[in-house]
Design a protein around this ligand. Sequence first.
Ligand code: 5GP
Length: 135
Amino acid sequence: MATIFSKIIAGEIPSYKVAEDDRFYAFLDINPLAKGHTLVVPKREVDYIFDLTDEELAAMQVFAKRVALAIRQAFPCKKVGQAVIGLEVPHAHIHLIPIQKESDMIFSNPKLKLTDEEFRSVAAAIQSAWAAQHA
Ligand code: 5GP
């Protein structure tokens, strides 16, 4: 059965997309730790990130780097932190989170509750930074 992220990539389940290429898809986490919290996933469905091929993993990291640049442009922060957990959704993904301090990366912190309009505006800000990067 397809994972929820495969359904998102296929457009069967809506998402707030921020960037895409032929192999990877980036969209806002629905339970964000911060405005701009983004997930980067490979279109090829693989559960455990370290089961990706070396080449896929390297390409995914480079894609995530570009998304992180766009996030930081849209949401100025000290750094964009990166984490891989993957215990909830069995489809490899990288979390990218704008942070000011170490504790901003604690996953048990309360999540932001954003409205649909707020999610759209966060996604639009990152999308336009992404588009400017690729102009
Ligand atoms: P992990 O597998 O890394 O522990 O957590 C999965 C992450 O995916 C969580 O941060 C959760 O909020 C996010 N997530 C789970 N289901 C959905 C969904 O349907 N849409 C979006 N945008 N994010 C989701």
